[in-house]
Design a binder for this molecule. Sequence first.
Ligand code: AMP
Length: 284
Amino acid sequence: MKIIATVREMQETSEQLRREGKRIGVVPTMGFLHAGHTSLIVKARELSDVVITTIFVNPTQFGPGEDFERYPRDFERDCKKAEEAGSTIIFSPDVREMYPEGFASYVEVEHGSRILEGKFRPTHFRGVTTVVLKLLNITKPHAVVFGQKDAQQAFLIQKMVSDLNVETSVVVAPIVREKDGLALSSRNVYLNGTERERATQLYRSLKFAKEKIQQGERSVDILRAEMKRMLQSAQPTQIDYIAFVRPDLFQEIEHIQPPSVLIALAVRFGGTRLIDNHLVSVSS
Ligand code: AMP
């Protein structure tokens, strides 16, 4: 497996691969890889001849006081995992390479970026869309794979790619979970034993809402109140939001409607902020 650290070498490598007629798949990550990330690499491998995994802890998507400095990192282990999953290239630039002195251009998707995560992390998505567009221009993929775990991020990237005519296809892969339902996340390592156990309540509350919707409940107020009660029993430090979203437009709704609803939540345990979501089909 090849490790590339400069923009120039990555661009030249991708151009050469394209000249050879190879299909390029890219999986953007911030490293500290787990089975969620490697499932995206496997997916990308199915769709392409060469898989580039990008590992870059992107400072512009962290707000002041967030965990940029202490974000978990283990480059050697990441290389091993990425290779085992089918990655052929790692692109891992440093911060100066991606944001040289004088860097001043940002991309913002104006619709759907100010609710849910955007409300609690106001500069987050601007950083995400900017770095993803840079990574797409650098790696030149035919397909780029993201996880449904970050549903709002996946929506905004699809919107950016479509609005700005970026020539790649965006693929969104399902959430990988622990046996007890907790969605895999690099940030799960921050949880202590009690918090880890209590964090299973996130998925439990999502599944509970799904069952209620399937039984015919259509009131968002009622569903939210019941989910809140369930989550509070896990004694979180804070529930940032429990949101019901129309998936095609990424707009919050007050009444459950067919064909589907995305239920998304963000909950804090101590200093650890966890997000999760569930896409539920709704019958008419
Ligand atoms: P991150 O390293 O957290 O920026 O995540 C990189 C990519 O992995 C994003 O597209 C995430 O949505 C995806 N991802 C993270 N956790 C999971 C998971 N549990 N299942 C599937 N994809 C995931």
